[in-house]
Design a protein around this ligand. Structure first.
Ligand SMILES: [Cu+2]
Length: 118
């Protein structure tokens, strides 16, 4: 009775190893884009275009003392994070390659192009 148990344990450990390798290879980058003074800001600098890789996550963080919204009508990534106040952040995963025009519904002058590459 001990043999079948050992074999199934081995198989399970093999699967476990495959899962670890796959996850490490596909690890997505995460970064924060701040909404500050009604602009999109990365590491303290205003940005109009941002390049990411497929699977990467951008957290949009509101730094202003009023609400911002984040949405996109782009085919590549259609989303609407709704409106949220100062100090809150909300993540978006960019899962397809292409250009994503990101806007704020409250401040039409706020625009960011996210270029998602493979
Ligand atoms: Cu806004």
């Amino acid at each position: 009775m001990a043999f079948p148990l050992k074999r199934s344990t081995k198989r399970r450990m093999g699967l476990f190893a495959v899962v670890i390798v796959t996850t490490a290879g596909a690890r997505a980058a995460e970064q924060t884009v701040e909404q500050k003074d009604k602009t999109f800001v990365v590491n303290g600098a205003k940005v109009a275009t941002l390049k990411v890789k497929v699977g990467d996550v951008i957290s949009f963080k509101n730094m202003d003392p009023y609400f911002h919204n984040v949405f996109s009508l782009s085919d590549v990534k259609l989303f609407d994070l709704g409106s949220f106040p100062q100090g809150q952040s909300r993540p978006v995963t960019f899962d397809k390659a292409g250009k994503v025009e990101v806007e704020c519904a409250i401040h039409p002058q706020m625009k960011l192009t996210v270029e998602v590459g493979k």
